[in-house]
Design a protein around this ligand. Sequence first.
Ligand code: ATP
Length: 306
Amino acid sequence: LAQLYNPLNQLGYIYRQINQSLVDTEKLLTLLNEPTEVNDQPDAPDLIVTDGEIEFENVTFSYENGRGPALHNISFKVGKGSSVALVGESGAGKSTILRLLYRFYDLKPGEGRILIDGQDISTVTQKSLRQAIGVVPQDSVLFNSSIMYNIGYGKFGASLQEIEEAARSAQMHDRIMSFPTGYETLVGERGVRLSGGEKQRVAIARTLLKNPPILLLDEATSALDTTTEKDIQKALQNLVQGRSSLSIAHRLSTIASADLILVLRDGQIVEQGNHRELVAFDGIFAAMWADQVSTSNEPAPSIRSK
Ligand code: ATP
């Protein structure tokens, strides 16, 4: 039996790996709309993450069929465990920054470098790079399977206890327990339909289990009700804690506590600082903030001063 069990077990593992890459591909699809054309060098080493520090060094990037550079000379650092938020109007280059860090495209020689803990990401294996990065996309797609499976594949061989712990941290446990069959509940097309906010919390739980040192977050654009918004913010706080994160923020109120906010316009960083500094600077960010505060029915959150 053991002779049969081992290969089957391996097959299960391979299946999960494929599934994982399908999910990654699907994540990519939300970040990107075309296939990746990046190849590893035959002798490429694995990325070795020590602190999870990210650095963009004079990055300029043009899409093959693009009209001009999508990014011009972008430089910034995400320090160990710190949070950097990207804001800017549609087309400013926010998703391109995330896509480049996930290495959907390699930079051309002379067009800058992207480093993680001092290693140029174009020189390491894609697999090791992507293992180090967790992605929470705007719109998470679920498998037609149990909610336990949907959270659990964040980590191969996760126990139910670990899955529950991740779901609790992601503010999803109580909701799951409200279903008659709890963690066995089928979700997806043929099961219980989860709301956008619930799906995002499942993605957060999955990423908590994956436990990557680096996070890419793409905040949902759709408006969420206040309770859901609070739950998601709490879940995200638990997720970003102790990790380096790069997020695209659509609702400026959610990035009040980011360590650094980069304001992008036409592929360039036009303002940077924390929330308090940018409001005081009274430029583009301050105008966007004033606009969101005046059109929102909710009071502006208090800003943590740094
Ligand atoms: P949004 O908030 O709408 O997602 P964004 O700030 O994320 O916008 P990007 O998606 O990074 O902006 O786009 C930056 C620029 O690159 C835009 O001019 C866009 O039209 C262009 N672009 C994005 N993806 C591609 C692509 N696959 N091929 C060609 N050009 C692209």
